[in-house]
Design a protein around this ligand. Structure first.
Ligand SMILES: Nc1ncnc2c1ncn2[C@@H]1O[C@H](COP(=O)(O)OP(=O)(O)OP(=O)(O)O)[C@@H](O)[C@H]1O
Ligand SMILES: [Mg+2]
Length: 298
C-alpha cells in the first residue's frame, strides 16, 4: 500500500511545475443553506472575470447543479474512475463558458479503487488541473466522513451558513469535527465563511460571522475568515424554478451583486496570499484523499 501512495505522490510532484488549478470547496453543516446556488453562481462570476472555471458537483446525494442547470450529463466521475471514460466524456459545457462535471458516486467510492484505477484517476486530474484556473466543488452538507475528508484535503473552503440557529450550530459542529480530523491542518486549509440569506450585510458580518469567530477562536484551533454576505433574495429561488443561474437571469439583484463581489474578493485575495503551486490542485486533493483512505484500510 505504501507503494501506491508513493507512486501517486511522485506522479503529482512530476506535474508540479505546471500551475495547478485553485480549488475552492463549498460546504456547510446544515443542508439547504445555498451551497449549490453559491457554487454555480460563483463559478459563473469567476468565468466572467476571465478565469477558466470547472464546477464539480461532489454531492452524491441529489444532483443539485444538474437540476439547477436543467442538464443531464451522460457520464460522471465514477464512470471515469471505474468504466474507462476520459475527461472529455465527463466534462460538459455550462453557461457563460463554465465547464461542469458531475461527481456521481465517484467521491463516495474512492476507497473501492484499485491501483490502476487510482493512477488513472490521478493522471486525468492532473490534466484537469491544467485545463482550469479555478475548480469550484459543491459538496454535500453535514458531518459525514466523506465530506469532512474532502474539506480537510482542500486548501480553500467556503463555509456557508444562514442566520437560522440550526445552521449556525451545525456549521460549528462541522468545524469541531474537522478540527479532530488528523488530515486537517490549520496551515494548509483556509476557511472562509459565507453568510447567506441575511437581512443586511451587518447581520452577516457583525452578528453571524463575529459570533461564530468568537466561539471558534476560543475552542478550536481553526482560523475562520469572512468572505461575504448574500441577502435573502426572492430572485434566487425564482432562478432555481426557472432552472437558470440567478447571475444570468437577474444579474443586478442583491444576491447576484453579492456573489459577484465575493468572486472579486477571491481573485484579489488570491493575488496576495495565494497557495504555493506545489500545494494546489485537484490532483493533489484527490491523491491526499486516496492516500488517507489506504492508510485507514491497513
Ligand atoms: N440568498 C438566497 N435568497 C433566497 N433564497 C435562497 C438564497 N440562497 C439559496 N436560496 C434557496 O434556498 C434553497 C436551497 O438552496 P441550495 O439548493 O443552493 O442549497 P444547498 O445548500 O445546496 O442544499 P443541499 O444541502 O440540499 O445541497 C433553494 O431553493 C434556493 O433557491
Ligand atoms: Mg446542494
Amino acid at each position: 500500500m505504501m507503494d501506491q501512495a508513493t507512486s501517486l505522490r511522485k506522479m503529482v510532484s512530476e506535474s508540479e511545475e505546471k500551475l495547478s488549478a485553485r480549488v475552492i470547496t463549498v460546504t456547510s453543516g446544515k443542508g439547504g443553506v445555498g451551497k449549490s446556488s453559491i457554487s454555480l453562481n460563483l463559478a459563473i462570476c469567476l468565468s466572467r472575470m476571465g478565469q477558466r472555471v470547472v464546477l464539480l458537483d461532489a454531492d452524491f446525494g441529489l444532483a443539485n447543479i444538474e437540476v439547477m442547470l436543467g442538464v443531464r450529463p451522460k457520464a460522471n466521475l465514477a464512470d471515469l474512475m471505474f468504466r474507462g471514460k476520459d475527461l472529455k466524456d465527463i466534462i460538459m459545457d455550462g453557461p457563460e463558458g463554465i465547464k461542469f462535471i458531475s461527481g456521481g458516486s465517484g467521491i463516495q467510492e474512492l476507497a473501492r479503487m484499485n491501483r490502476e484505477q487510482c493512477l488513472y484517476l490521478t493522471k486525468k486530474l492532473v490534466e484537469l488541473d491544467e485545463l482550469a484556473d479555478v475548480i469550484v466543488i459543491d459538496t454535500g452538507a453535514g458531518i459525514s466522513d466523506s465530506v469532512l475528508e474532502f474539506v480537510a484535503s482542500s486548501n480553500e473552503v467556503l463555509l456557508v451558513a444562514t442566520p437560522e440557529p440550526t445552521s449556525i450550530t451545525d456549521a460549528y459542529a462541522l468545524l469541531k469535527a474537522l478540527n479532530r480530523k488528523s488530515e486537517f491542518s490549520k496551515s494548509s486549509t483556509t476557511i472562509k465563511m459565507v453568510a447567506n440569506k441575511v437581512r443586511s450585510e451587518d447581520e452577516g458580518k457583525n452578528v453571524l460571522y463575529e459570533n461564530m469567530k468568537n466561539v471558534v477562536d476560543r475552542f478550536l484551533n481553526i482560523s475562520l475568515e469572512f468572505l461575504g454576505a448574500i441577502p435573502q433574495d426572492d430572485q434566487v429561488s425564482k432562478a432555481v424554478m426557472k432552472q437558470m443561474p440567478v447571475t444570468i437571469c437577474a444579474p443586478n439583484c442583491g444576491a447576484s451583486k453579492a456573489i459577484e463581489g465575493m468572486a472579486k474578493e477571491l481573485l484579489n485575495d488570491g493575488e496576495v496570499i495565494d497557495t504555493p503551486p506545489e500545494e494546489r490542485g485537484i490532483s493533489l486533493l484527490f491523491s491526499n484523499l486516496i492516500r488517507n483512505k489506504f492508510k485507514k484500510k491497513q
